[in-house]
Ligand binder design. Sequence first.
Ligand SMILES: Nc1ncnc2c1ncn2[C@@H]1O[C@H](COP(=O)(O)OP(=O)(O)OP(=O)(O)O)[C@@H](O)[C@H]1O
Ligand SMILES: [Mg+2]
Length: 149
Amino acid sequence: MKRFLPDEAATTAFGRELLDALPQDLAGWTLLLTGELGAGKSTLARAFIKAAGHRGAVPSPTYTLVEPYNLARGNIYHVDLYRVSGEDELRYLGWNELDDGCRIVEWPDRAPGLTGQADLAITLSYHGAGRSIEVTGLSERGKLIAATK
Ligand SMILES: Nc1ncnc2c1ncn2[C@@H]1O[C@H](COP(=O)(O)OP(=O)(O)OP(=O)(O)O)[C@@H](O)[C@H]1O
Ligand SMILES: [Mg+2]
């Protein structure tokens, strides 16, 4: 599915919609957010985390690499791989221990092997003054979600 998001509010609304499309228990889901600098990946992740009930700031994980949120629907891990190069580094930062929650990952292209273990690929692109967004299912359960969006 592909959609036009005219402004930031539309990206935020889409983050909420994405959360609503997922099962109540988010454990084990992996969502990949791809797009150029400023495409809106963090805006979408922030809306997703807030829609799941987080109150307060959603700081960028650019330096911490992972920001964890313990919420009613389970843990959400906001991951930014901008400064990571490859799967080895990803393992070193404790990626495998994040499987008790939902991993929402910016710059997944830094560790291409992630595609094989993720559920949804979400791509944001510049489109005039707004953005376009495309959601593709990677896993079988991800394909079911993508088909409904
Ligand atoms: N649909 C939209 N239309 C226009 N502007 C948008 C839209 N969605 C988000 N923005 C704006 O794009 C800017 C960049 O957003 P954001 O920080 O989310 O990008 P990013 O992809 O995470 O960037 P980075 O790669 O640097 O982490 C923000 O100023 C935000 O308001
Ligand atoms: Mg960002």
